[in-house]
Design a binder for this molecule. Structure first.
Ligand code: 3EB
Length: 289
């Protein structure tokens, strides 16, 4: 069976097409179950979920997605979710009087709260991005052995946000630290211009970008402190994905990021919508050292 592919319908803004590839240095087994196409290698399980039907409200689709994912990783013995990527259309549009992002949060909460009583200590890092094409797609990385979720000292944990953002809290952690033997990875969630729980610089994309870089810097510092591994080191490798709401902001963002992160750092730019209407961009990444 061929390896799982997550075809995410977000336009690439880079001049040269880039693809994200998760590779294993040990042999991989590929399986398909419950709408999930997945690969496992003894340490990690990478999976892609697509719903069989789209005829349901998004909370119900998200509930089913997360329930099926949790069932598969438990059956396979890769119970620790490290990182989730979630993409669906109409993220800021109302569906039966509730914004679809909030419906997504409600469904995810119901699935997680049902399977994880002490969820605050084991939530995966995550990204949620809006597409133009219809449909839900979730891809994820899970492991046999737990990682360590991290919160951002500059931000209120999303699972403690006030109720104004969603009737059920967004269940994700700001980052996930994971040891893979000799190497450690730091998975950074989709990071926005949010300090405390509030959006900052609602109408200024360059200021949002600076705030995001501060948030990511704070996470790296925090990870270095708790782990003793230097994610600040020059030798740490990094990869980023940038979601941009307005394609016309791409050039200005690209200029600054190339300068800040260095010419050699791979950055994939995608056109997508974000969880709050006032968010103009979000950045996620992986550090390895
Ligand atoms: C935020 O910090 C911005 O609901 O899983 C970023 C990453 C955001 C993940 C999620 C939401 C999620 O609240 C939005």
């Amino acid at each position: 069976m061929s390896c799982p592919i997550a075809a995410v319908p977000l336009p690439v803004l880079n001049e040269q097409e880039l693809a994200e590839v998760w590779m294993s240095s040990t042999p991989v087994i590929v399986r398909r179950r419950n709408g999930i196409h997945y690969a496992l290698n003894g340490q990690a399980l990478f999976g892609v979920y697509r719903p069989k039907t789209a005829h349901a409200l998004l909370d119900s689709l998200a509930y089913t997605a997360y329930s099926e994912i949790v069932r598969v990783i438990k059956d396979e013995g890769y119970v620790h979710l490290l990182r989730m990527w979630n993409y669906f259309n109409g993220i800021n549009e109302d569906e039966a009087s509730l914004e679809r992002y909030r419906r997504f949060c409600v469904g995810r909460y119901r699935a997680f709260a049902g399977s994880k009583p002490k969820l605050e200590v084991m939530l995966p890092a995550a990204s949620v991005v809006g597409t133009d094409e219809s449909g839900l797609i979730v891809y994820f990385l899970a492991a046999r052995e737990a990682g360590r979720p991290l919160e951002n000292p500059r931000q209120i944990s999303a699972f403690r946000y006030p109720v104004q953002y969603s009737p059920r809290s967004p269940l994700f952690s700001r980052a996930m630290l994971k040891d893979w033997g000799r190497r450690s990875h730091l998975y950074i969630s989709g990071t926005a211009s949010i300090v405390g729980h509030r959006t900052c610089h609602a109408d200024n994309v360059q200021e949002q970008l600076s705030e995001i870089l501060c948030n990511i810097q704070a996470l790296r510092q925090h990870a270095t402190r708790v782990k003793g591994t230097d994610f600040q080191a020059k030798s740490a490798q990094a990869l980023f994905k940038v979601y941009v709401r307005h394609a016309e902001d791409f050039a200005g963002i690209c200029d600054v990021l190339t300068r800040e992160l260095g010419e050699g750092t791979p950055i994939l730019y995608l056109r997508g919508d974000l969880c709050r209407r006032d968010l103009l961009l979000e950045i996620e990444g992986v550090y390895a050292c």
